[in-house]
Ligand binder design. Structure first.
Ligand code: PAF
Length: 282
């Protein structure tokens, strides 16, 4: 496994690999890798000759009061994990390399970024689509892997790839969960013991709503209400719900009435100081 930090070097490597007929899979990450990331890498390993993992904490997708300055990092641990799953290249650019002082462009997906996380994190998705476009241009993948925990992010990236005709297949990979159901996330590391235990209630509340949906409760608002009630009942630590919503799973539009299409129940909760997101297909 090789670590490349330089953008000219990674692009030359990718160009040469593609010219010689090799296929490339990209797994973009911000590091502090967990089993969810490793699942993306394993899936990538099965699909391409070369697997590139990028590790870059992208400053432009963080808002002014968010956790950019304390985002968890463990490069040595990350490199060991990548090596273990057979990654070929770990790309670790610096901020200055991706965003030199002269930088002034951005990529924006307009509609499906407005709700859910986009409503609470203005500019976030523009930061994501800008950096992912840059990573695509630098690593020239045939295929790229993203986790379904960030359901909206995955939909936004698919939209961008369609709109801008990137010749790249986008693969969404199922959420990997801790044994108590909490969706794996680098941000779980922020949770003190008590909040960590209570965080499992988020998934339990989604499961409860899914069961009610299966039993015949089809009204979107009523289902979201049951999630909120479950949280109120089970949580002892202070928490704030940012959103609990049901969206059409294929076009990411909100469902307000009866659910008649494949749908996904999405939630964002701030538990103490930690923002957690999760979702479950109904
Ligand atoms: O999902 C993430 O970790 C980030 O949003 C991504 C896709 C690596 C872009 O910085």
């Amino acid at each position: 496994m090789q670590q490349i930090g330089n953008i000219k070097e990674i692009q030359a490597f990718a160009l040469e690999s593609r010219r010689s007929g090799k296929t490339i899979a990209l797994v973009p990450t911000m590091g502090y890798l967990h089993d969810g990331h490793l699942e993306l890498m394993k899936r990538a390993r099965e699909k391409a000759d070369l697997v590139i993992v990028s590790i870059f904490i992208n400053p432009i997708q963080f808002g002014p009061n968010e956790d950019l300055d304390c985002y968890p990092q463990d490069l040595d641990g990350d490199l060991a994990k990548c090596r273990n799953v057979g990654v070929d290249i770990v790309f670790t650019p610096t901020r200055e390399m991706l965003y030199p002082d002269s930088f002034q462009s951005s990529v924006e997906v307009k509609e499906i970024t407005k709700g859910l996380c986009g409503a609470g994190r203005p500019g976030h998705f523009q930061g994501v689509t800008t950096v992912v476009s840059k990573l695509f241009n630098l690593t020239l993948p045939n295929i790229a892997f993203f986790g379904e925990k960030d359901f909206q992010q995955l939909a936004v990236i698919r939209q961008m790839v369609d709109d801008l005709n990137f010749p790249i297949e986008i693969v969404g990979v199922q959420i990997v969960r801790e044994s108590d159901g909490l969706a794996m996330s680098s941000r779980n590391a922020y949770l003190p013991d008590r909040e960590r235990k209570e965080a499992a209630n988020i998934f339990q509340a989604l499961i409860h709503a899914k069961a009610l949906h299966k039993q015949g409760l089809k009204e979107s608002k009523a289902l979201c209400q049951t999630v909120s009630e479950q949280l109120d009942k089970k949580m002892e630590s202070p928490f704030q719900v940012e959103y609990i919503k049901i969206y059409n799973a294929s076009n990411l539009t909100e469902i307000n009435g009866p659910i008649t299409t494949p749908a996904v129940l999405l939630i964002a909760v701030k538990l103490g100081g930690t923002r957690l997101i999760d979702n479950l297909k109904l």
